[in-house]
Design a protein around this ligand. Structure first.
Ligand SMILES: CC(C)(COP(=O)(O)OP(=O)(O)OC[C@H]1O[C@@H](n2cnc3c(N)ncnc32)[C@H](O)[C@@H]1OP(=O)(O)O)[C@@H](O)C(=O)NCCC(=O)NCCS
Length: 181
């Protein structure tokens, strides 16, 4: 096992989670470029330095957002994928909306499942959230499978819920609440 725990907010056997930094632009955008076929038509992560700076900057600076890079511990920390929490609301709701994407070299290897488990521990632990929702387009079977394996429940269906790639898309609303508290 690599001696890399200090780098990560949370680590499992194969994956460590760390926050986005602006310095990750080169690796992130190169891996996003390699992953266009995997991500289309569901997700459009930044593929240029300018777009990365805006995207990561918002995740780093805005209190209602958080972003995490899932890194492969055995591969020198190369980025396997990313997970974001948007629309973070505190008070009586303590909720956030989850987003995620694998990079092509990492897809289908169980790394995102491990990363999501780590994120849930971090969100329901140090971040103090009580509920995470994942809004998923009906045809997105790998995304649905990921949240089902993590224990999310289907709460409903919302027509024309999110503007993605120029059109309002229907979404299934999946969610998970913290085990206690
Ligand atoms: C959604 C997405 C992140 C899921 O990633 P993923 O790579 O399928 O997820 P995992 O890393 O958990 O891999 C799961 C697969 O790896 C397999 N696997 C291989 N080795 C494994 C291991 N050691 N442990 C666990 N699972 C393993 C699982 O059996 C599973 O296969 P299955 O789908 O045939 O059941 C990915 O498909 C993606 O980036 N999609 C495009 C972007 C997107 O849709 N984002 C979400 C918008 S709502």
């Amino acid at each position: 096992m690599p001696d890399d725990h200090g780098r990560f907010l949370a680590a499992g056997p194969r994956v460590g989670l760390r926050p986005f930094t602006l310095d990750d632009a080169g690796e992130f955008t190169a891996r996003a470029e390699e992953s266009v076929a995997l991500h289309t038509p569901w997700l459009f992560p930044p593929r240029t330095p300018e777009r990365y700076a805006a995207y990561a900057g918002a995740l780093i600076e805005e209190p209602a957002r958080a972003g995490f890079l899932a890194c492969e511990r055995e591969e020198g920390g190369r980025i396997a994928g990313f997970l974001t929490i948007n629309n973070i609301v505190h008070g009586a709701f303590r909720s956030g909306a989850l987003g995620y994407g694998a990079f092509a070299h990492a897809a289908g290897r169980g790394l995102m499942g491990e990363a999501l488990g780590l994120l849930l521990g971090h969100a329901f632990g140090p971040m103090g959230l009580h509920r995470l929702e994942a809004n998923i387009q009906p045809g997105n079977a790998p995304s649905r499978a990921l949240v089902v394996r993590a224990g999310f429940r289907l709460e409903g269906f919302s027509p024309a819920m999110l503007l993605i790639d120029g059109a309002w898309r229907d979404h299934e609303r999946w969610a998970l609440t913290a085990p206690c508290g």
